[in-house]
Structure formats: structure tokens, C-alpha cells
Ligand binder design. Sequence first.
Ligand SMILES: Cc1cc2nc3c(=O)[nH]c(=O)nc-3n(C[C@H](O)[C@H](O)[C@H](O)COP(=O)(O)OP(=O)(O)OC[C@H]3O[C@@H](n4cnc5c(N)ncnc54)[C@H](O)[C@@H]3O)c2cc1C
Length: 289
Amino acid sequence: MKEREYNMYDIIIIGAGPAGISASLYARRANLNVLVFYSGESELEKAEKIDNYYGFPDGITGKKLFEQGIEQAKKIGVEIIKNEVIKISKSSSSFIIKTIESEHEAKAIILSTGNKKIKPNIEGIEEFEGKGVSYCAICDAFFYRNKNVAVIGNGDFAVSEAGELSHVADRVTLLTNGLDEPKCEFEINNKKIKRIIGEKRVKGIEFEDGTSLDVDGIFIALGQASAGDFAKTLGIIQNGENIKVNDKMETNIEGIYACGNVTGNLLQVCKAVHEGAEAALSAINYVRK
Ligand SMILES: Cc1cc2nc3c(=O)[nH]c(=O)nc-3n(C[C@H](O)[C@H](O)[C@H](O)COP(=O)(O)OP(=O)(O)OC[C@H]3O[C@@H](n4cnc5c(N)ncnc54)[C@H](O)[C@@H]3O)c2cc1C
């Protein structure tokens, strides 16, 4: 683990796709101190060819457009760090953004993490949502005081959720569901999961080899922390899986803005770029106040 860093920024943007980079360009050109985090593949990089975006008569690969966006932002002094944000919390007049390696503070936050969470394809997940299956350790850990819980996932976010739970639960097991094991201090089970067992509430997990594990709660933490995960811990109102914003890209929490695929509707580059600009203008006004 690297030495812990701590820095104060005007705006921290989570996500370096078209929404986040567009926001960073406006914010930096307003002479603000801007930091962008990104980690994992963006939707943009998955696009083989973007043929319907303004200014590219022969199209452009998503990867190239992504790289050019980052280059453009760096050129005007936007700081960009490749690292997964695992937690955002609010202090009295600012926000604390945590990665595994560092901690930063910002006056305003722009959420542009792209598409929503991955739900595991495991029998019983939907049936037991709210009856023992949860997507937010900070929100629900308290219900599992001195009980046994499992976290499904194998990345930094899953380890961070297990950490939250370890302060209240009796026993925390990380279930990788057959994927690589992360390095961490928690008990790990890497068997493939067959289904969630229970009646009115979760009682346990059955594995494909016929064995089972008794648990009272199951926390889903697949992939990276998403805007939806941050929304749950910060109290940001969602519209289904999307972050609810007004036409200024403001969420219900002062100082937090969202843009791009996280707000739903048209899932296209042009809309992400437009919303990034709107989010930045709102955040600039807020910071200058
Ligand atoms: C196969 C495919 C083809 C497509 N074709 C087109 C097309 O032809 N035309 C078009 O307009 N659109 C197309 N799209 C859609 C377009 O790519 C998206 O609408 C657009 O990329 C959304 O931008 P965004 O910035 O909201 O999210 P993304 O581009 O997904 O960027 C999200 C960013 O958030 C970062 N991130 C996420 N979680 C974290 C975290 N916890 N910590 C740090 N960083 C994080 C990621 O690393 C990434 O940088 C296509 C999409 C796909 C998948």
C-alpha cells in the first residue's frame, strides 16, 4: 500500500468517460482545482466504433476517443488518477473521497461512473432483496449486529464492504463465486454459488458442490463501487437504478452532481458530454459561492 495522501480540491470527478472528462474541461477552464478518478473499462472503451458523434466523418474507436479525452484534460491541467473510488462521505462543508490507497477532500463532487451495478445471476437474489440481500453495507450493517454475513464479490469494493460489516457482524465471509481471491484479512470462500436459501428471510447459501453456509445477510459488491452505491450511502435520491437530477444536473444533495449514463435516458456520448458540461457549470457556481 502506498503512503496515504490527503489533498483538497475544488471538484473531484468520479469517472473519465465522456461525461466526466467533459465536466473536467469546463471546471478546469474556470480555473478550478480539478481531480478525476477512473478505474476499469468505461462504456466508451467498449464501443468498437463511434459513428454518430459530431466531428468524426470516418468515425472513431471508443478507445481512441477515450484516450484523446484524457489527453485533452491533462493538457489544461486536470489531474487524473487511475484508481477506484470505494467510498464517498460528507463532512461539514466538504466531501471525503477514499480509494484503497489515498484519501482526498473536495468542495463538490461530480458522479460520472457510467452504467449501473452488475447483479449476479444467482437464484434467489431478487426474491430476497430487502429480506437479507442488501447492496449497501453502510446502510444496512446495523441490522446484522452479532450475526453472520457474507459479501459476494472479489474486488477492492467487496473488501471495503466486508470491512464495514466487520465492525458490527459476528462473522464476515467473502464469497468470490469461483473468481480470483483478493488479498485481504477476511475469511474467503471461493466455491461457485448455486442459490440463496431461505423462507421469509435469507438463511444461507448453497454451493454447486452441495455444501452450504449459514448466513443471516448477503451483501452484493460485484465489480466497482457505482454511482448507485455512493447514492445509497450519501442519501442521494435515485430513479430506479439511475441518479435523479434536475436540468442543472444537481442531485438532492447540495454539492453533488451527476451526469452521463448514471442519469439514464439517452445512453449516448453526445448526451454524456452535454450533461458533463451542465454538471460542471453548476459545480463551478456552487464552489464560487
Ligand atoms: C458496445 C458499445 C457501443 C456503443 N456505441 C455508441 C455509439 O456508437 N455512439 C454513442 O454515442 N454511444 C455509444 N455507446 C454508449 C457510450 O459509450 C456511452 O453512452 C458513454 O460512454 C457514457 O459515458 P459516461 O461518461 O457516462 O460513462 P462511461 O463511458 O462508462 O465512463 C465511466 C467512467 O467511470 C469510471 N468509474 C466507474 N466506477 C468507478 C469507480 N468506483 N472509481 C473510479 N472510476 C470509476 C470508469 O473507469 C470510466 O472512466 C456504446 C456503448 C457500448 C457499450
